[in-house]
Ligand binder design. Sequence first.
Ligand SMILES: *[C@@H]1O[C@H](CO)[C@@H](O)[C@H](O)[C@H]1NC(C)=O
Ligand SMILES: *[C@@H]1O[C@H](CO)[C@@H](O)[C@H](O)[C@H]1NC(C)=O
Length: 422
Amino acid sequence: MAAGAAVRAWMLVLCLWGAVTGDQNITARIGKPLVLNCKGAPKKPPQQLEWKLNTGRTEAWKVLSPQGDPWDSVARVLPNGSLLLPAVGIQDEGTFRCRATSRSGKETKSNYRVRVYQIPGKPEIVDPASELMAGVPNKVGTCVSEGGYPAGTLSWHLDGKTLTPDGKGVSVKEETKRHPETGLFTLHSELMVTPTRGGALHPTFSCSFTPGLPRRRALHTAPIQLRVWSEHRGGEGPSVGEHMSEYTVPLEEVQLVVEPEGGAVALGGTVTLTCEAPAQPPPQIHWIKDGRPLPLPPGPVLLLPEVGPEDQGTYSCVATHPSHGPQESGAVSISLIETGKEGTTAGSVEGPGLETLALSLGILGGLGTVALLIGVIMWHRRRQRRGQERKVPENQEEEEEERAELNQPEEPEAAESSTGGP
Ligand SMILES: *[C@@H]1O[C@H](CO)[C@@H](O)[C@H](O)[C@H]1NC(C)=O
Ligand SMILES: *[C@@H]1O[C@H](CO)[C@@H](O)[C@H](O)[C@H]1NC(C)=O
């Protein structure tokens, strides 16, 4: 009959579909209960179903049925046909299969690949360096992650960017240990770096743990900020961080950095002078112009906005530290860039002309900026409107994808919470 043919066709489709979908990947947290559903099984006995599992605990396939005895405390078939593992362990990783026949005689197979995981404690940086020496290899610290499964990996970051060991400036020594009883992993990663002279003075290091299973979140250590020192001039083999008192800062350690480089600036420009004096705690910085102290509150940065002729001169800074005494930086000179003869001889004659030119240029510039702003705002609005039109379907798709993704690994976890124990 036609109806019978349709049913048979449907069964064929379902069988093919089952063959195509293959194993469903399940991740379960160690120590938690796991429930695997036997698809297509009647909700209540009598049922025709059979569970088969091949895991670290079985030699070959182990068969469990609703009528049979539970397998010690490892696994048992629930009244609704699902398989319960009261507390998942590393040995339960493997393949789980169920074959069920419905009341109408339809056979359904469920295939699961179970992988287990354990989230380690928050990684930590142990034995962190207190400071680093430029030009030589320094141990920054050892990152430790304890109690994870599967092993996962540790990686280091400098100022937020991942550090790739290159065997030269950056090297990493790794060690993976496994607890003899629990089988959980402890990872160690020791970082050595050779800071370049003239590089960043306050690099920030952190370490993160990346789980060995996909879709699990990474864990991060608290960052550590270190101070980079340049080497002693005499090079008498300083021992990093052992004797702070040995770090009397040589004179050239107090450095004056000028921006723009060279100290030449156009009239009305801005000059920034930064006094770099490596010491802990930070020393007091005073400023000197043409040999005379500037009457300013102490601070490591001297900003000269709208530079005029009166700002030209020779600048230096003095770092005063209680244990080191005052140390002066080298001097830099600030000068105005001469924009041709008119600039320097700008007197009563040329002045007004230049001022008018500057004024009209200023107005033109202002108008241009306003036009540009309006343009940007209009463009932004149009984009927003178009974005809203497009957003709705996009979001839906994303959500659906996410749900589809979550379905597989999260299914057992959702089931876990409903069992609540053996
Ligand atoms: C399950 O994981 C295996 C590798 O472990 C992969 O090849 C397979 O595509 C995954 N199956 C699904 C349905 O995600
Ligand atoms: C079977 O029962 C368990 C525990 O009561 C439950 O977690 C699971 O979702 C049930 N399975 C089905 C297919 O209803």
